[in-house]
Structure formats: C-alpha cells, structure tokens
Ligand binder design. Structure first.
Ligand SMILES: [Zn+2]
Ligand SMILES: [Zn+2]
Length: 252
C-alpha cells in the first residue's frame, strides 16, 4: 500500500481546498495518505502507524506505565487522589495521529468526524452509562466564531447520538469565559495557572449537574490542566457525583 509519508499539512485555505477536492474526488481515499480504501477510513499502513494506548496504564489518570504496578496507579495518583475519577485516551499524539487531528481542528475537515468517532467508540461505550451527562470541553466564543465549530463538541455530539446507553449531550452548561492563551510550550504549572478560573457553569442550569456522573470529551490531552480545572468546577460548584474524561490523543 503506502510507502511515502503522509502529505504535509499545508497552511490555510489552499490545504482546505485541496482536501475538499480530495474528499469529493476520492470519497474512499485514506484520510491520511489518500490511498484508495474499500470504505471511508484509513489504509492498513496508516492504521498500523497509529500508536494505540494499551495496558499497562494508570487506572485513574490513564498515563501509560512502563510495567504493571500494584493497584495499577502511577506515582502521582498514588500520592494524591486525582479529582477525575478516570481519564482514558485512544492514541498517542505523534506525527501520524497529528495528521488526523490538525486538519480536523484547524482545517475544517469535519468529514473526519465519523472516523474519529469510530476510534473513540470502544472507550466511550466502556465509560458511558445510562443517565450520564456528556460534555465537550468548551471553546471561548471568540475562538468558536473564528473556527465556526468546537471540534470536541462535534465528537461528543456524534458519540452521544449513536450511544447504546441513554446519555445526555450537554454542551451549554460548562462555558469558557476567559480566552486562555495557547498552551504550547508552557510548563504544567503555567498551564494550570493559564486555565485557572477560565471556566464557569451556567448559573440557572446547576440543578442538571447535581449528583450526576459526567463524562468530558476533548480532542487532545497535554498535561491534563484543562480537564482538572473543568472537573474541579463541576464537582465543587456543580455538585456532580463524578467526572471522568475521554480524549482522542494524549501527548507524551
Ligand atoms: Zn493511508
Ligand atoms: Zn495516574
């Protein structure tokens, strides 16, 4: 099948136009290298190039472990009980998986949604339960208007709509009221400071969260500072029973 590396992501509208063209001309092209495949998705080479996160990993924060540990907890979760009940991620963020998320997030490639939902589906089904509230990590409205969609909400909405559980997709209670600066290059401590106080809960909707189990959905997990900040707010102000998180890619 494919021998050459995936095409480089070109900036801006040229790349978007190119990909729109490919989507129309090659509806069954591999999402990464455009190689013909039997059904929409990835060719076998690109599929094998993705690094799935598998055991052993920390039972709480989901961090991959070099070897299985007693109680399956990483050192950090062993020392301090994390606010999130469970965090799970599908893939390691690397040069291959980056080729899926960057066009989806910054290149208007919403046609990738079914493939990304398919990748998230097994973990979503394992983590979701009847009555659960499914929430995307919100974008600030300025970023929403420039991007025109929230990529995490697209994933959460599609996962909820086709879930085998009775879940409640709830995108409008958790809001981002401060437009945090890009977190690239920031240390864990700086990231936590950057998102601290960035979120709020819609005042008249708090009853909907009281005593509920919540599953947060996001596309990329870096240090977990954003998830922690959301979870703390949902647990303290929203009085949720538990908050877990599912993300597509984890930065190592
Ligand atoms: Zn491919
Ligand atoms: Zn851990």
């Amino acid at each position: 099948m494919r021998k050459s590396p995936p095409p480089r992501i070109l900036p801006g509208s040229i790349n978007q136009l190119f990909r729109y063209g490919l989507d129309i001309l090659l509806p069954n092209g591999c999402a990464l290298c455009a190689e013909h495949v039997a059904a929409r998705g990835l060719c076998s080479d690109c599929w094998l190039g993705l690094t799935h996160i598998s055991a052993p990993f920390c039972a709480r924060c989901g961090r991959p472990l070099a070897h299985a540990l007693p109680e399956s907890l990483c050192g950090k979760c062993h020392i301090k009980d994390p606010i999130l009940t469970q965090v799970r991620s599908v893939l390691i963020y690397d040069d291959v998986s980056k080729g899926l998320i960057l066009p989806f997030k910054h290149g208007d490639r919403l046609s990738l949604t079914p493939l990304l939902v398919q990748l998230l589906r097994p973990l979503f089904d394992a983590m979701a339960s009847d009555g659960m509230i499914i929430m995307p990590v919100p974008l600030h409205k300025a970023r929403y208007f420039s991007r025109r969609y929230n990529q995490s909400a697209e994933l959460a909405r599609n996962l909820s709509a086709s879930s085998r559980h009775i879940v409640h997709f709830t995108p409008n209670i958790l809001l981002r009221h401060r437009n945090t600066r890009s977190m690239g290059g920031l240390t864990s401590k700086k990231r936590l400071q950057n998102v601290s106080g960035a979120f709020l809960l819609k005042h008249d909707s708090l009853d909907a969260l009281n005593g509920k189990n919540i599953l947060l959905i996001d596309d990329v997990l870096t240090t977990g500072a954003t998830m922690e900040s959301c979870a703390r707010l949902l647990m303290t102000r929203g009085k949720a029973a538990s908050v877990s998180a599912l993300v597509l890619l984890r930065v190592m």
